[in-house]
Design a binder for this molecule. Structure first.
Ligand code: ADE
Length: 230
């Protein structure tokens, strides 16, 4: 790839990129600031999208319009698979919008009516590079899995359980499947890398702030390694 797009939702998730990427120019689109620069011999464009699917969608389209040929997401998520502990890594194999629900019309949960694709596959090559990086940096603490996205901070045991049973997801967050849909619409490869900041249960709100910085840093380290290997 000549130009790699990188997105995070929150300040913490992009802090280390700001420290390491040599920024050459900035562009403002839709009120978001996009940083273009060089990192490890690659052209990079990165942006803080803000939280949620609409922010992520607009940000992804702008990244693509600014020349990104693939999009990587770095950030934190709530663990859904009970095997995951705080700090562990999930590399997306696909992503689903778990809050898309037209079940009264007979559509399965997560299915976007009248379109072919609702579970957006991540790019196999990016998944491979990301999971090799993740396994090397965090041996025994990383897995590939389905990323579930919705405009909800998940914070109850019942909800986590139902997400796991309905979608067999690895983790829950608020942007990935939105980014994935925009990438699919544009024919652009993507992968999401998330480190677990909480277990999306009752304790989530307590864990979240405490573990977000550490988890964001874990995710950044993987992005760093991916960029070296692309
Ligand atoms: N991001 C980090 N933790 C999350 C959670 N529990 N739900 C949704 N998004 C998250």
């Amino acid at each position: 790839y000549d130009t790699v797009g990188i997105m995070g939702a929150m300040v913490e998730e992009l802090e280390l990129l700001h420290q390491h990427v040599e920024v050459e120019s900035t562009v403002v689109k839709a009120g978001m600031t996009f940083y273009k620069g060089r990192w490890q011999g690659k052209n990079i464009v990165f942006c803080k999208s803000g939280v949620g699917k609409v922010n992520a969608a607009v940000c992804t389209q702008a990244l693509i319009d600014l020349g990104a040929e693939c999009v990587l997401f770095t950030g934190v998520a709530g663990a859904v698979d009970p095997k995951l502990e705080i700090g562990d890594i999930v590399v997306s194999t696909s992503s689903i919008q778990h809050d898309m629900d037209c079940s009264p019309l007979g559509f399965a949960p997560g299915v976007i009516p009248f379109q072919e694709l609702s579970e957006f596959p991540a790019d196999p090559e990016l998944v491979q590079v990301a999971s090799v990086a993740s396994d090397r940096l965090f041996p025994g603490r990383s897995m590939k899995g389905i990323v579930l996205s919705g405009d909800q901070f998940i914070a109850s045991r019942e909800k986590v359980q139902s997400l796991y049973e309905t979608f067999h997801g690895a983790c829950a967050e608020m942007e990935g499947a939105s980014l994935a849909q925009v990438c699919a619409m544009n024919g652009i490869p993507y992968v999401v890398i998330r480190s677990m900041s909480d277990k999306a249960d009752g304790s989530a709100n307590v864990n979240f702030a405490e573990f977000t910085v550490q988890a964001s840093n874990n995710s950044y380290r993987i992005i760093d390694e991916i960029i070296r290997n692309l």
